[in-house]
Design a protein around this ligand. Structure first.
Ligand SMILES: *Cc1c(COP(=O)(O)O)cnc(C)c1O
Length: 393
């Protein structure tokens, strides 16, 4: 008999197939754009996090090419040995200025930034107080830190207060929320949570992955949007979404950043970005300063599309951002909706448990600055046609 100790994995995949939740990877032919060719089909793309269309912006492309010609394709080492290039330091200075903090440090991804930072700043004697919908990378960081994890219901500030009030006085406390929640598109309760952190002497951390480049002046994020500069001790952002490239960063005090140089494991034990990545990110920060009208276009498109979906009668939840979910409840229905939309030329990902709670399955849409009105109207027309066929509206 053939030995197959991993047979249980095939069984689990079969179970997913039975429930209609098995997903094949969709493959993009060519560039990440508002209209793209995916699995050989021309579609209006409502699935990327490419909020500002920067993945193909000429300025970013040119700077990445220049950096590759001048500096090569790889950094050759981790940051703490020989892999800190001048261009990495330049990007970090630019990010600190962008976020109005003393310093910033870049990680290989937003995931690594969150997981590496939470795990570094806490010990097993500490406590994390975390919104139930916080990103998986925060949850993993909490687990790696071995701190006690106390989860409060989504945006329930009273529940967070109650947890903080009842904590034993020893040990440190980290209060943590996403700035924009990635599955619902709503904003974290930042002003109230910052006040709580202040009152209880907790460290305040915000993960602004979906907000940087989208909210605040020139896309500075939710801390700027709410006027909370100085009130958030650890700001995390990603370079992989609106910035259009790859990476994550932490912005905060000089001491925080130098501590992370010494203790954040992805920084210490994983190679730094190629120079092209850093160069393209610097170019993206230039674009945010020089072409803020791109952000205005993102918001114009967001308002148009959200109003369209709502007036068709879809349940779009509580979104306040360019992320608009179409909540249908059942996972199988969400996948069916997504598949029918795709067959008609609209790419919007179906999302089910465990990415969202049971009964909260949805198709998630994300508009970008680079969608044309015609593309968005086409998508709305298809949503209407398919939604009626599936008796969702
Ligand atoms: C996408 C995302 C991340 C991870 O960022 P990457 O740069 O893609 O690794 C972290 N936190 C939140 C809230 C996100 O949405």
């Amino acid at each position: 008999m053939r030995r197959d100790p991993l047979a249980y994995l095939s069984a689990e995949l079969d179970a997913l197939k039975d429930r209609g939740l098995y997903r094949r990877l969709r493959v993009l032919q060519g560039e990440q754009r508002a209209q793209a060719i995916v699995d050989d089909r021309q579609v209006v793309n409502l699935s990327s996090n490419n909020y500002l269309g920067l993945t193909t912006h000429p300025k970013l492309r040119e700077r990445a090419l220049d950096a590759t010609r001048q500096l090569g394709v790889g950094s050759g080492s981790v940051r703490t040995i020989a892999g800190t290039m001048a261009i990495h330091m330049e990007l970090e200075r630019r990010l600190a200025a962008f976020k109005k903090t003393e310093a910033a440090v870049v990680f290989q991804s937003g995931f690594a930034a969150n997981a590496g930072t939470v795990a570094a700043v806490l010990t097993k004697d500490d406590v994390v107080v975390s919104d139930e919908l916080n990103h998986a990378s925060i949850i993993d960081g909490c687990r790696l830190s071995r701190a006690a994890i106390r989860v409060f219901p989504h945006k329930d500030v009273d529940a967070a207060r109650k947890i903080l009030r009842e904590l034993p006085s020893r040990g440190r406390t980290l209060l943590i929320t996403d700035g924009v929640f990635s599955m619902d598109g709503d904003l974290g309760a930042l002003p109230d949570l910052c006040a709580l952190a202040e009152a209880f002497g907790a460290v305040m951390m915000v993960d602004d992955a979906h907000a940087s480049g989208v909210f605040g002046k020139n896309g500075r994020g939710t801390i700027d949007h709410f006027g909370l500069h100085g009130g958030v001790d650890i700001q995390v952002g990603t370079l992989s979404k609106a910035i259009g490239v790859l990476g994550g960063y932490v912005a905060g005090s000089r001491a925080l950043i130098e501590f992370l140089y010494h203790r954040a494991r992805p920084f210490l034990f994983s190679t730094s970005h190629p120079p092209a990545v850093a160069a393209a990110c610097i170019a993206a920060l230039d674009v945010l300063e020089e072409e803020p009208q791109i952000i205005d276009r993102l918001w114009d498109n967001t308002r148009f599309f959200k109003a369209g979906l709502t007036s068709l009668g879809f349940n779009t939840g509580l979104s306040e951002s360019p992320i608009t979910p179409v909540v249908v409840g059942d996972g199988t229905v969400a996948m069916k909706l997504s598949d029918r939309l795709f067959a008609e030329g609209v790419f919007a990902q179906g999302i089910a448990f465990p990415t969202v709670a049971q009964g909260q399955a949805r198709v998630r849409t994300i508009v970008t600055a680079t969608h044309t009105r015609d593309e968005l109207q086409f998508a709305l027309d298809i949503f209407e046609k398919v939604g009626k066929k599936l008796q969702l509206i």
